[in-house]
Ligand binder design. Structure first.
Ligand code: TYD
Ligand code: MG
Length: 390
């Protein structure tokens, strides 16, 4: 309520409450002027020349996974806030629990879970053959209690699994709502910076990008990573989306096995199917993911359209890119595909945005249509435009 809307009682400085109409129940309260307050406390609030700003060398802690360290830009930065998003069941909790085991620290790691019980986490830790005793478990969802536990434990690393389950009773809405997510994350961020505790937040994201989910937090945290992959395939790609301490183009590749996530050191090996000869429709392309070139296999299949309207599906590349390149084939190569269904798939379940695979897409579609195979010792590279230059 604002004092200016109120009929003020001049005599004792009180007012009439517009809700209950009682006099002397409404008081004007001036907000603290922060800058004045800081001046009073003797704080230096003046600006500083950028030239004179000094900083400490960033210290980083290895996660024990080379693939993850590279995506992070060299390891976990002390006091940074990291968001790991991904679909439910993709392997976020598994990967993070393995990190808790692998990082080398004398201090404890505090694993806060609002999703699983201590027994469930212990069962997973046994399955992953984790026997370190510096991992502390805290099964709580109230941010006030979580904060005081962090204060008490003073850990090296804090895991919040997952942000959607944590709540603050200062916000009325349900856990997982946008206002709760914002409040919780800003509290965690403040604590993480004040105490210099590295914190990893896990957040569930649905395939369509779920706007009300962790994506609303991306601007608040230092690093955003997404764990992607097809649930029925064992390969997982960890992609950097934002990184205040490094490049965002890097990807890390993992395989989900019976004993947790295993890093794949040479991804090209698993992204190209084995065999002496390429079948028709299969083409090997090269894509640049961060600092690392990857060889990937594309597979296309064209068949006669049965019901008049041709179907096209694309797995791992943009659907519109496929239809555009098929239009280029029709117009520039004179091949009629209007009576052909076309399916295109990237082997291994990874997603490619590299424009240099355009020519590979065209050749794989043509190879399937003509039923002519392309030798498997050829890598196809080239971006394709719409027009022809004479
Ligand atoms: P989980 O890490 O719980 O996923 P998230 O935290 O992203 O929801 O992973 C769950 C799936 O991973 C589950 O289907 C079982 C599988 N899994 C393995 O294949 N191997 C393992 O060693 C573990 C622990 C889980
Ligand atoms: Mg989980």
């Amino acid at each position: 309520m604002f004092a200016k809307n109120v009929d003020m009682n001049q005599q004792n400085g009180c007012g009439k409450c517009p809700a209950c109409n009682e006099w002397n129940t409404f008081f004007e309260q001036k907000l603290d002027d922060k800058s004045v307050k800081n001046k009073k406390e003797g704080k230096d609030v003046s600006s500083i020349s950028l030239k004179n700003v000094e900083y400490k060398e960033i210290s980083r802690l290895s996660t024990g996974f080379g693939e993850l360290d590279r995506v992070l830009g060299g390891g976990l930065v002390d006091g940074s806030l990291i968001l790991i998003g991904g679909e439910p069941g993709i392997g976020k909790s598994t990967l993070i629990l393995q990190i808790c085991d692998k990082i080398k620290t004398q201090k404890t790691v505090l694993y806060v879970s609002g999703e699983e019980s201590a027994e469930q986490i212990k069962l997973r830790a046994d399955r992953l053959k984790i026997d370190k005793n510096n991992i502390m478990f805290f099964g709580e969802t109230d941010i006030d209690l979580i904060e005081s536990e962090i204060e008490k434990q003073n850990p090296e690393l804090v895991i919040i699994d997952s942000i959607q389950t944590i709540y603050s009773d200062k916000v009325d809405s349900m856990p997982g709502s946008t206002s709760q997510l914002r409040e919780i994350t800003s509290r965690i961020m403040r604590m993480c910076k004040e105490k210099n505790v590295t914190t990893i937040i896990i957040g569930h994201v649905t395939k369509d990008g779920n706007i009300a989910g962790p994506r609303v937090l991306e601007h608040m945290v230092d690093v955003v990573l997404y764990l992607e992959g097809e649930r029925y395939l064992s390969y997982r790609v960890l992609r950097g989306v934002k990184n205040r301490f490094g490049s965002t183009n890097e990807i890390g590749m993992f395989e989900m096995e019976g004993e947790g996530m295993k890093e794949i050191l040479n991804p090209s090996e698993v992204l190209i199917s084995e065999g002496d000869e390429n079948p028709a429709g299969s083409v090997i392309v090269s894509t640049m993911e961060g600092t690392r070139p990857l060889l990937v296999e594309l597979q296309a299949l064209t068949t006669n359209t049965l019901f008049g309207f041709p179907r096209r599906t694309a797995n791992g590349i943009d659907f519109n890119r496929l239809t555009l390149l098929m239009a280029v084939i029709e117009k520039r190569a004179g091949i009629n595909l209007s009576n052909q269904d076309a399916y295109l798939n990237v082997v291994g379940g990874i997603r490619i945005n590299e424009p240099g695979i355009d020519l590979g897409i065209i050749l794989s579609v043509c190879s399937s249509y003509k039923n002519k195979s392309i030798p498997n010792d050829i890598v196809v590279i080239g971006e394709v435009g719409l027009t022809r230059r004479s």
